[in-house]
Design a protein around this ligand. Structure first.
Ligand code: IDP
Ligand code: MG
Length: 140
């Protein structure tokens, strides 16, 4: 377990709206080091697996079709206390509740299409990094 790492995705809405570079800029300016980066489209299978914890939620099918309708940026990030600090940088799930200066406040349009993913624990950060990256794709 590595408490200085977290995992993020720039979701399809961010890419579609041309916010890829501004969001990556905010992440770097907040002191996160990008140690792995991938531009890819998730398959339905991958998205269902990645979000399997939400499989019984009413929004699950919408979430999977949203996350597979276009490419995402997947990234592993490094910073002290990365998981918590990155959750602070992205803001609340619902952009209407997100604080000023957060990524979701600035770029998200709705609770479903909310610009970015951020791991919620060290354990999940590690699982999610391994889900998207081989060890030789990580430059720490
Ligand atoms: P998080 O991304 O802030 O950790 P989670 O509760 O883990 O939020 O939900 C995962 C993702 O599922 C959210 O980022 C969002 O895209 C979607 N989602 C969560 N709650 C809702 C909802 O009430 N309606 C529609 N989509 C939702
Ligand atoms: Mg979550």
């Amino acid at each position: 377990m590595n408490s200085n790492r977290t995992f993020t995705m720039l979701k399809p809405d961010s890419i579609e709206q041309g916010n890829m570079l501004p969001i990556l800029n905010m992440i770097e300016n907040a002191g996160f080091k990008i140690i792995a980066l991938k531009y890819k489209k998730m398959s339905k299978d991958e998205a269902e697996k990645f979000y399997s914890i939400h499989s019984d939620k009413p929004f699950f099918n919408d979430l999977v079709s949203f996350m597979t309708r276009g490419p995402i940026i997947a990234a592993a990030l490094e910073k002290e206390n990365a998981v918590e600090e990155f959750r602070e940088l992205i803001g609340s799930t619902d952009p209407q509740e997100a604080m000023d200066g957060t990524i979701r406040k600035k770029f998200a349009k709705s609770k479903g299409e909310n610009a970015v993913h951020g791991s919620d624990s060290d354990e999940n950060a590690s699982i999610e990094i391994d889900f998207h990256f081989d060890s030789n794709e990580i430059f720490s």
